[in-house]
Design a protein around this ligand. Sequence first.
Ligand SMILES: Cc1cc2nc3c(=O)[nH]c(=O)nc-3n(C[C@H](O)[C@H](O)[C@H](O)COP(=O)(O)OP(=O)(O)OC[C@H]3O[C@@H](n4cnc5c(N)ncnc54)[C@H](O)[C@@H]3O)c2cc1C
Length: 466
Amino acid sequence: MYDFAVVGSGVSGGRIAYELTKAGARCLLIEAGREFEARTFPRHEIDSSTQLFWGGGLELSTDGRMGFLRAKCLGGTSVVNQALLDRFDDLAWEDWRARSGIATLTAAEMEPHYAACEKELSISKIPEQHWNRNARTFIKAFEAQGYGWKPLDRAQGDCKLEKGSDCIVCLGGCPRDSKQSSLITVIRQAREKGLEVLSGFEVKELVYGTDQVKIRGVLGANGNGLGGKPHEIVVPKVVLAAGAIGNTAILLRSGLGAKLPALGRGFCTHPQYMTYALFDEPVDAHKGAFQAVKSEDRRLREQGFKLENVFAPPIATAMLVPGMGPEHLARVRKFRYLASMEVAIRDEPAGRLTLAKDGRVKIDKSLTAADQEKSRKGLALVRELFEVVGAREIIPCHQVFGLHLMGGCAFGTDPARSVVDPEFRVHGFPNLIVADSSVFPSAPGINPSFTIMALSQRAGQALSRR
Ligand SMILES: Cc1cc2nc3c(=O)[nH]c(=O)nc-3n(C[C@H](O)[C@H](O)[C@H](O)COP(=O)(O)OP(=O)(O)OC[C@H]3O[C@@H](n4cnc5c(N)ncnc54)[C@H](O)[C@@H]3O)c2cc1C
């Protein structure tokens, strides 16, 4: 009945399903999570975490030192992300070509794919009058120390900032249908052209045949993955777009590990470290536009990190801010007086995803000595920047986060060192296609979504032609 099933509905899955449906293919989009919309997104921070994310909000590395966030809902992580879109630079493409052996990974080859995605999205900068005090503190500190910064590009429609919107809430799904998630862009448009969607179906494994693939999983489990009924769908071709962790888990559970020696290797995350700073005057970092500017300085890029002008909602802040008892309470009560900056490092692809006996994924992700050196330098710079703008207290957080989950199914020309070929097919399994964040051969040190979209657009077009 279907030509393709696409597993996973995030940045990649939504885009590929759109390209295929637009080209006339009969397509089923499968998603483990539930479907929400602007008026039904959970509005309490705790409910957003438990209902929109895998692991009830947070998954942890095996050593417990790093937390990972990945969404589980129709639209995937595009529903909860910040929608900041950046093209890769030459440094990122050069590194990918060297690691993958794919000569066509160049800015010039990828430009038409970026441009095609860009044409269909509303992308803009936050107008200067809406930069909040967290952004202005960031700029003041950067200018005082002579570092470069830039307004950022965000996929957004009308956030109604002049009417007093606080965009921090859209970390739990945008209530204004302004953030350009896959849910309200490509999935909505593809549905109008005939795309079918099956939410609440968690794919466990694939049974591969030369002219058909059986997709086996559980339909209708609750948010914790409990309950539900076994379900099976048979299609000629499967696009895996379940992200770095999701794709790797499905392929490992399907027994492909023995044939694909690189499966699960090269996992990287742009580890992120928040630092808060307490000021005498209210900062109100949670008000208005949530993020407006970013670091743009070759010196930081060369040292392997960037700085983000970002903040966190109240419960996340309470979890991040260190301390016990009255000391902790006093800091959390100063929520309105806190500014924050984040260091995100370009980590080495040294992480590994494997399966535990119960079929769940084990995430081995510790920082190499080089990664630790990058974070040390980044954190020292944040301290310097907050000091120069007169912070009363600088509060480093101890939990490290991975929000950009990449690798595990790297693409490349050599089947001994990669999982997916340059045409986005799993080596030796031509009816399995992958073009999402799992194909990244290394961490670019740049926001990944725009490139995931562009790769998926390229893969979708190539599939439609074939
Ligand atoms: C808070 C936050 C902010 C971010 N901000 C930005 C940003 O501003 N800019 C940027 O570029 N990046 C950002 N990112 C990262 C970016 O969103 C991800 O890199 C991107 O969404 C990955 O796309 P993907 O298609 O590979 O996976 P996802 O978008 O995560 O989609 C994968 C989908 O597959 C589904 N799935 C997984 N396993 C299964 C299964 N077994 N069966 C069925 N379905 C399954 C998942 O539920 C999910 O819906 C952010 C991430 C977070 C968490």
